[in-house]
Ligand binder design. Structure first.
Ligand code: DX5
Ligand code: ZN
Length: 221
């Protein structure tokens, strides 16, 4: 059994103290750092861009898991790659040519990821699953932290897992949105490898304990 990986989302960090929060999260045992890039068009919220990714790259050794919630993601791949992204995940719903954009990510020596919204079926991304190293199943509608987990995502995790196994792919399944000590064990039981969590970690007093609780398959307190 592989180790459960936890990717805290800095969407819920203290924006005036990113450096401090990131160092604390690294010490607390995070495995990756999830960076939610939003353009106000694909999603009804605006966050940060490649400038911040570049600065974060200077202060942490954690792999940077960049989640692009932007239209025409292909236009920005090389700049996020230069900024130091380790994974770049793009949305099926946002890309005009998913396979072209995923190949462009790989060309830039970054690990490609593909994501689907809660109302998009796994069938839509099946043709590109052989091209990715990460499949991000959204368990909330993207845009904001602190939303409630949509349990319909569980069957999608199982479905993706089955397809990846058939393909002989080692791509990881990541789940994003509404994960806490109650919902994390459900996502893990369905086959998730990486759990993204914003509110459940950054709203906790003890980051280490929050991360440990999310990792636990039995569910923490
Ligand atoms: C939502 C983002 C998530 C968000 C998750 O659009 O993609 O990464 O930060 O936040 P929580 O864990 O609070 O639901
Ligand atoms: Zn995200």
């Amino acid at each position: 059994m592989n180790k459960v990986l936890i990717a805290p989302s800095i969407l819920s960090a203290d924006y005036l103290n990113f450096g401090r929060d990131i160092k604390e999260i690294e010490k607390a045992g995070a495995d990756l750092l999830h960076v939610d890039v939003m353009d106000g068009v694909f999603v009804p919220n605006i966050t940060f861009g490649m400038g911040l990714v570049g600065q974060i790259r200077q202060v942490t050794k954690l792999p940077l898991d960049v989640h692009l919630m932007i239209v025409e993601p292909g236009k920005y791949i090389s700049r996020f790659a230069e900024a130091g992204a380790d994974y770049i995940t793009i949305h099926y719903e946002a890309s005009k040519d998913l396979s072209r954009d995923l190949k462009a990510i790989r060309k830039n020596r970054v690990r490609p990821g593909v994501s689907i919204n809660p109302d998009t079926s796994v069938k839509k991304i099946e043709p590109v699953l052989g091209l990715v190293e990460l499949v991000l199943i959204m368990s909330v509608f993207p845009g904001f932290g602190g939303q409630e987990f949509i349990s319909g995502s569980l069957s999608k995790i199982r479905e993706v897992k089955e397809i990846l196994q058939k393909l002989g792919s080692k791509a990881k399944i990541e789940v994003d949105g509404g994960l806490n000590s109650q919902t994390a064990p459900l996502a893990l039981a369905a086959g998730a490898d990486i759990l993204v969590a914003g509110a459940a970690i950054f709203n906790a007093k003890n980051y280490g304990k929050a991360i440990k609780n999310l990792r636990s398959k039995e569910g923490g307190k």
